[in-house]
Design a protein around this ligand. Structure first.
Ligand SMILES: [Zn+2]
Ligand SMILES: [Zn+2]
Length: 781
């Protein structure tokens, strides 16, 4: 029977070669009809025998005809009247039937087909470092404006040769409408420069061979990739890695590494099936993997942690370099300390002249710098720790229909921002810490750029409650918008709700460093009964005082003294705890006398309440425990001490310390860890191994949070738990708590597509604003 059916497809279906694939399948089955992009995805109208249409649907959703980047989320089919006299299948221009959803897709790692061509001597792109096709290559990083057509990308500088142009125009070709298509005759070229900007090799082959020789000799080479420059150095060469640390002014933070095969990565780290899938994915993120014992990687690559961050080569250029006798490279962001990633050639030569010995450059401009994304596995599922290259600007879809465009300003640390438009939540790439002036400047420019690409005109602006946040003051400075302030930890819970398309209410367990609370205190470890509409504070970690503002998040002695004072009350004296405080080398070469003096001043400050804030921060509790175990007492980068504490925790320890849940009338439930501290100190006294103490500490927190969730369930009859907050970047705690909650019958959701740290805040803010404003009849158009 001849039928006509209309098929609405949603998911990642725009800008990924979906319409040409539809065209090819329809043609091969002799079906007529049309395909076009629409505001939700792609619409297909098909006419022909019913069996052929059924086969079309089967081939579209799986098998070799589905382009690799396509991800179909839903596929709705319904019958419509036949169209008389139609005899062909056509791709219609997008805009004839309404605005397409989004035109810009994320940058994708080079595909297998392109790699095969690059290795094929008979192919006209043999050995070409910028080979790409519809299934791979740069996108977001090269777009200047919309629509996403070649003249609006940085490829506009290159005129396609006949061969490339023919492929670009051929709907049957893998390069049909691949905007960055190029070849050695017409496309970008690679160069090798010294740090004075002088060319030191000519021709692609020489440039690559010479750059590889530099790397093999332990030199530092800045390599221009897809989203910016990497600083690369031989990861097996300890003096070379140390030199990079000194020059980059990055003392402690682990470096990421790159290799050209899974087999190489497996020599140094544990790669299970799920991790391998992630490493090989088109997004090609850095994946955190457990270190193998006795791996030959230079120790200074990742000291004090039990994981390595590895990624596979993702630009064709990387593969060419590795083919010249390179095993594994450190590949860290090309910048100095916490400045934005460098993406322009001139800026690289200027800023990195004292860091890199040579520069591998090219003349394809990067318009948007995009860092490498970072992923790890929690409860056997991938969780993003930094969402950037490969993932941005892919929107997160919501059931909510935003009646007004929304801008969510995010948090000040690990900033991302987010737009809400129609049913899309569009999160920016990782921007960084806004307190750096350059990062702040980059933030403002990024808001404008992403807003332009998605044609967003915000009428509603969401931001954090914190009066001193730069992101909040930026939000308040935008004229003629309605401001929605969203409490930090509510935004964390809302980010989970948004990702999983939940409305709530849920029991939100947020384990975090710090965020401004509605009572003016610094909140951190919170149990919120939250929906996208409102929240109520059900419980929290009992307040303790933190002396010294910002210093308190770096120096572990500050929370430690306060927590001890809280646990022991009047019994606490410096003299009594001298043995413990002595373990804590406050600063290198510090005489314990000075440390003592400092402790005394701090204690006085706490007693008199000078420059103190009340806090329920959990991050600082980790700092205090790490310090007591002699693991260090200063966070050189965010969460350094908690990471070290996690990495020493022994597996298979089932005991934990006691804790108390204190319930008082008209107050939230309070989690008091005083008993835990006393028992932990008794363990230290006994000389218990710190790997066991760390494990017991983690388990105590998991048990305490479970108890909190159970109390919330008893009181509210809710059974859904949402986990978020920076502390859940701790895999040991997250895995343990998820297991306990599931065993107790809870339905558990946690962040996967956005980080659970402050990088996910903007998504939560946007979702709350969308719900609040969307639900207000007075604001309806
Ligand atoms: Zn390709
Ligand atoms: Zn060409």
């Amino acid at each position: 029977m001849i039928k006509r059916q209309i098929i609405s497809v949603t998911g990642r279906v725009q800008g990924v070669g979906f319409r040409p694939a539809v065209y090819r399948i329809a043609r091969s089955l002799g079906l007529s009809g049309v395909v076009y992009n629409d505001t939700k995805g792609v619409t297909i109208e098909l006419q022909g025998p019913q069996e052929q249409i059924a086969e079309f649907l089967a081939r579209l959703q799986s098998g070799p005809d589905k382009p690799p980047l396509v991800e179909i989320k839903s596929c709705l089919v319904s019958d419509i009247p036949l169209v008389e006299g139609e005899d062909q299948f056509t791709i219609m221009p997008s805009d004839s039937r309404g605005q397409p959803l989004s035109q810009v897709t994320a940058d994708m790692a080079v595909c297998r087909d392109c790699l095969a061509e690059m290795a094929d001597k008979k192919d006209f792109r043999y050995g070409y470092p910028f080979i790409n096709c519809t299934n791979c290559g740069p996108r977001y990083s090269i777009v200047r404006n919309i629509p996403y057509d070649r003249p609006n990308t940085t490829m506009s500088a290159f005129k396609m040769c006949e061969q490339c142009a023919a492929q670009y125009a051929d709907v049957a070709d893998r390069r049909f409408h691949a905007q960055p298509v190029a070849c050695p005759a017409c496309g970008p070229k690679v160069q090798l420069l010294d740090n004075n900007g002088r060319a030191i090799a000519a021709g692609t082959e020489q440039v690559i061979a010479e750059a590889a020789r530099f790397l093999r000799a332990g030199k530092i080479v800045a390599i221009k990739g897809i989203g910016g420059f990497h600083l690369a150095v031989d990861a097996l060469n300890e003096p070379a890695v140390r030199r990079l640390r000194e020059r980059k002014r990055r003392d402690h933070k682990p470096f990421a590494m790159m290799a050209d095969s899974i087999e190489t990565i497996k020599k140094y780290a544990i790669v299970d099936e799920q991790a391998e899938r992630l490493l090989r994915s088109p997004q090609s993120p850095i994946v955190l993997l457990l270190k193998k014992a006795n791996a030959a990687i230079a120790p200074s690559v990742a000291e004090g942690v039990n994981t390595y961050g590895f990624m596979l080569c993702y630009a064709p250029l990387h593969y060419l370099l590795f083919a010249n006798g390179i095993e594994v490279l450190v590949a860290t962001s090309g910048n100095l300390s916490d400045e934005p990633l460098i993406c322009r050639n001139e800026a690289a030569l200027e800023r990195l002249a004292d860091v890199a010995d040579a520069f591998v450059m090219h003349d394809r401009q990067i318009h948007r710098q995009v860092d490498d994304s970072i992923v790890h596995l929690v409860d056997d599922e991938p969780v993003l720790l930094r969402r950037a290259r490969g993932y941005v600007p892919t929107p997160i879809f919501t059931e909510l229909l935003c009646r007004h465009d929304i801008f969510a300003a995010g948090s000040d640390l690990k900033n991302t921002f987010c737009f809400a438009k129609d049913s899309q939540l569009i999160c920016s790439e990782h921007i960084g810490d806004l307190e750096d002036a350059q990062v702040y400047h980059h933030y403002i420019a990024s808001v404008a750029h992403l807003g332009k690409l998605f044609e967003v005109r915000p009428e509603v602006v969401a931001c954090d409650l914190h009066p001193a946040y730069l992101s909040s003051s930026y939000a308040h400075s935008i004229p003629n918008v309605r401001i929605v302030e969203v409490q930090h930890h509510w935004a964390h819970v809302a980010s989970v709700l948004a990702e999983h398309e939940l409305q709530g209410p849920v029991i939100g367990l947020v384990c975090d460093g710090t965020g401004y609370g509605t009572d003016g205190a610094i909140w951190g470890c919170e149990c919120l009964i939250a929906s996208l509409e409102k929240f109520e504070r059900f419980g929290h970690l009992a307040y303790y005082d933190l002396a010294g503002g910002d210093k308190a998040s770096k120096e572990a002695t500050r929370p430690l003294l306060s927590l001890l004072r809280k646990a022991y009350g009047r019994e606490f004296t410096l003299h009594k705890f001298d043995w413990l405080l002595k373990r804590i080398d406050d600063e290198p070469n510090n005489k314990s006398e000075i440390a003592n003096r400092k402790s005394q001043i701090l204690l006085e400050q706490l007693e008199k309440g000078i420059n103190c804030v009340r806090t329920s921060s959990l991050g600082r509790v980790f700092d205090a425990v790490a310090a007591m175990l002699g693991l260090g007492c200063y966070n050189h980068f965010d969460a350094q001490l908690p990471m070290i504490l996690e990495s020493v925790a022994a597996e298979g320890v089932e005991q934990y310390y006691d804790f108390e849940l204190i319930s008082r009338a008209d107050e939230p439930l309070q989690l008091d860890l005083s008993v835990m501290f006393k028992q932990l100190i008794a363990d230290l006294h006994r000389g218990q191994d710190r790997s066991v103490i760390s494990a017991k500490f983690h388990s105590s927190l998991a048990a305490a949070l479970l108890a909190m969730a159970k109390a919330a369930r008893d009181s509210t009859k809710l059974n859904d738990v949402a986990l978020s907050g920076g502390v859940f970047c701790n895999r040991y705690l997250a895995n343990r708590l998820i297991k306990l909650l599931k065993k107790a019958g809870f339905c558990v959701s946690f962040n996967r597509n956005v980080p659970s740290n402050d990088g996910g805040i903007s998504l939560g803010q946007a979702a709350v604003a969308a719900r609040l404003v969307g639900g207000e009849p007075s604001l309806l158009p």
